[in-house]
Design a protein around this ligand. Structure first.
Ligand code: SAM
Length: 475
């Protein structure tokens, strides 16, 4: 029998799942989706939330360390791991990367190592590195060694800190000496030696966040970053950004170690590829200086206009109900260095110079990745280029940055309708309509030129009406 929450307002169910996917940058499988709806029902029954809509509101306004997020994360993440997982990679670390690094540090007299296990789950990976270092560095007491281990899931981190493991954490790849030397049998499993436990610092961190800080300090100057079997859950855009951030967190010659299936993301990244027997490790390379773009538009000193309503223009292509926005032509005399990247992106988009616009959007994003209009404009451009999946991701990012970004909801609805996902389209359009309900009818919609709240409401009502008139099988 369906639980009450499953049969309640379904538009918020898909919104909840999309919110979780966007914030954690992961793709949820059907199993996780069912689990999340079960958790929502449990929370409602316990009186912690009023319903799915309330859960969406609360999650949208909270950090991932908040208990509600953690309840969701418990069922959304997979923590499969064990000691010395992927022997060939561990062997390369033990016999090549780490010995060279240690030798180099000894030669320079700077006995310091910084290693980060990103997505450490219950701690088997960082503890494996600590055990390795105990074997490799005889005078370890004279060294300044920090192993940072981070994960989204606080429950995993708590288990990691306890250091109590069941036999499932020791598999065939785990060297038998590991358990014999560094664990004692205890009630409920095997307890890790305190000297190993003390080498690792555990902290929560969402890899999808734009900045990596732990205890309010930026994560930087790392010698090695291990991020294995984590990126598989993310889309390419997110992976590319995570790898850029890893690049920034490494020191000049630092190493990045990914899981086997994750190496496909490393093409065109500023890392040198080192092929070892059965494993690939990546070493940081400084990116070449960014050349000035020859195609930079020349601007005049007209005042910069508001970003125009690309969505309306887009919608107009398909449906005359949305009024056209006036075309804004790029002025032509102010030097481009007087204008910010967002404005340049906007002008380029108005000229339909998509390449140029995307270039400036990337620049704008470097300045502030949380500006929703950047993701929105990118989404609209991608839609123009028929890059539907990319567009959906960008628009979802816009919504993640600004939950009430009405044009982003509207455009996502447009895409879903065209894809035949009518329930999802209805969900986004209903949400957009609810946002507009709180605004005055003659107010202009943010990021549009000439579209008022009333006009967009009319469009949405028309769209929703058409949907409900659609044949039942499509809904
Ligand atoms: C399969 S485990 C991998 C553990 C370990 N790296 C290994 O290879 O054995 C994946 C881990 O990534 C974590 N994870 C998933 N999404 C994350 C995110 N956005 N930020 C940080 N950690 C994340 C999960 O909680 C989980 O513990």
């Amino acid at each position: 029998m369906e639980s009450r929450i499953v049969s309640s307002v379904p538009v918020f169910h898909s919104f909840l799942l999309e919110l979780i996917e966007a914030r954690l940058a992961i793709g949820l499988n059907d199993h996780s989706k069912t689990d999340i709806m079960r958790v929502a029902e449990e929370l409602r029954t316990a009186g912690i939330i009023a319903g799915v809509q309330d859960l969406c509101d609360q999650l949208a306004n909270q950090e991932i360390t908040h208990p509600l997020w953690q309840r969701v994360i418990q069922v959304a993440t997979i923590g499969e791991t064990y000691f010395f997982r992927d022997r060939s990679q561990m062997d390369v670390l033990k016999h090549s990367t780490l010995p060279h690094l240690i030798q180099n540090r000894q030669d320079t007299g700077l006995k310091r190592l910084r290693i980060w296990s990103a997505g450490c789950s219950t701690g088997e990976e960082p503890y494996s590195i600590a055990i390795m270092l105990r074997d490799l560095v005889p005078d370890i007491k004279n060294w300044d060694i920090h192993i940072l281990a981070t994960d989204l899931n606080k429950n995993y981190l708590e288990r990691a800190k306890r250091g109590l493991y069941r036999s499932w954490s020791f598999r065939s790849e785990t060297p038998p000496t590991c358990q014999q030397q560094w664990f004692v049998k205890a009630e409920g499993g095997y307890q890790i030696d305190v000297s190993i436990r003390e080498m690792v610092t555990f902290a929560p961190l969402n890899l999808a966040d734009e900045m990596y800080t732990v205890f309010n300090h930026p994560v930087m100057q790392m010698d090695i970053i291990l991020c294995r079997n984590v990126l598989i859950y993310f889309d390419r855009f997110t992976v590319s950004n995570i790898i850029k951030r890893f690049h920034g967190a490494l020191n000049e010659t630092g190493w990045l170690v990914l899981g086997h299936s994750e190496s496909s993301h490393m093409t065109s990244q500023p890392f040198q590829v080192h092929n070892f027997d059965g494993a690939v490790h990546y070493q940081k390379q400084r990116p070449p200086e960014c050349p000035t773009r020859a195609t930079t538009p020349v601007m005049n000193n007209e005042p910069v206009s508001k970003p125009r309503l690309l969505a309306a223009r887009l919608a107009q292509k398909h449906d005359p109900v949305v009024p056209a926005a006036e075309r804004v032509t790029a002025p032509s005399r102010v030097p481009t260095d007087k204008l910010d990247p967002w404005t340049l992106a906007h002008y380029a988009a108005n000229r339909e110079d998509w390449e140029e616009a995307l270039h400036w959007l990337n620049e704008a994003e470097q300045e502030n990745v949380m500006r929703p209009e950047i993701h929105y404009l990118r989404g609209v451009i991608e839609l123009q280029r028929d890059e539907i999946e990319k567009s959906l991701m960008s628009l979802r990012r816009a919504i993640y940055c600004k939950n009430d970004f009405v044009l982003a909801h509207f455009t996502v609805g447009e895409i879903f309708e065209k894809l035949g996902h009518l329930k999802k389209a209805a969900s986004h359009w209903t949400h957009a309509h609810q946002i507009l309900d709180c605004l005055s009818p003659d107010q202009f919609i943010e990021h549009s030129d000439k579209l008022t709240v009333e006009m967009l409401k009319t469009v949405l009502e028309y769209r929703l009406e058409n949907l409900s008139a659609a044949p039942q099988r499509h809904l």
